[in-house]
Design a protein around this ligand. Structure first.
Ligand SMILES: N[C@@H](CCC(=O)N[C@@H](CS)C(=O)NCC(=O)O)C(=O)O
Length: 223
């Protein structure tokens, strides 16, 4: 039985889609409108009461959260070599980055894109936005320093964590006063390598052509 993925372009579901492509396993997309003001389908809300995507459906089960979907898929298809196996010395670092991305970086993006959810009055929004943009800078700096001169997040070995990193870089948008990707040269280098993968070139074709044309890209739907 194939997978189904609740999906929108430029959303957090793109990483899961790239992984499905990398695995070469059949899947179908359930196109989902997550633009501000849109209403979520009852089916999506029954699977993820937060109304967020991605949600991955397989057999009788459905799971949400990018990190969980990444671990689930890469472990189920371990022959693809996208993740260190449990017990592998690199497993810890792999999990570290997935959790860091989902709990810290993705949250900082949420705060810059959906600032109104994080303050109780309109007057506070400017301050929250400013702080979350500098938080974004601090967190990307941590990732940049950790990569250093390495080829990938895990050193010499490519993994699904690099796909996750790439997806997060695509939400940087200078028109929203985010730091530029160029401010983090090690992250930029890894992201450029990920962009060369055929799966990424296919799924991110419009982002890549915008980026090559020097456009910052449409910030929405974003995270
Ligand atoms: N922690 C969740 C966050 C997912 C998330 O932020 N999804 C966004 C798309 S990029 C979404 O559905 N946003 C719609 C909204 O927040 O209303 C995950 O890692 O899956």
């Amino acid at each position: 039985m194939s997978y189904s993925l609740y999906y929108a372009d430029r959303s957090a579901a793109m990483g899961a889609r790239v992984i499905l492509e990398e695995l070469g396993t059949p899947y179908d997309l359930i196109w989902t409108d997550i633009l501000p003001g849109s209403t979520r389908e009852p089916e999506l809300l029954s699977l993820n009461p937060n109304g967020w995507i991605p949600v991955l459906v397989w057999q009788e089960s459905a799971i949400y959260e990018c990190g969980a979907i990444t671990v689930f898929l890469c472990d189920r298809h371990s022959e693809a070599g996208l993740a260190p196996a449990p017990g592998d010395p690199e497993r810890g670092l792999y999990l570290q980055w997935l959790f860091f991305f989902s709990s810290s970086l993705q949250n900082a993006y949420q705060m810059t894109y959906h600032t109104e959810r994080f303050c109780s009055s309109k007057e506070d929004q400017t301050s929250v936005k400013r702080r979350s943009n500098s938080r974004l800078r601090e967190l990307w700096q941590v990732v940049d320093d950790a990569i250093g001169e390495s080829d990938w997040l895990l050193g010499k070995r490519f993994s699904a964590a690099d796909i996750y990193l790439f997806m997060l870089t695509t939400w940087l948008n200078e028109s929203l006063e985010h730091p530029s990707l160029e401010s983090f040269p090690n992250v930029e280098r890894v992201a450029a390598e990920v962009m060369n993968r055929p799966s990424v070139a296919r799924i991110y074709a419009s982002y890549i052509s915008d980026r090559l044309a020097g456009k910052s890209g449409d910030p929405r739907p974003g995270p």
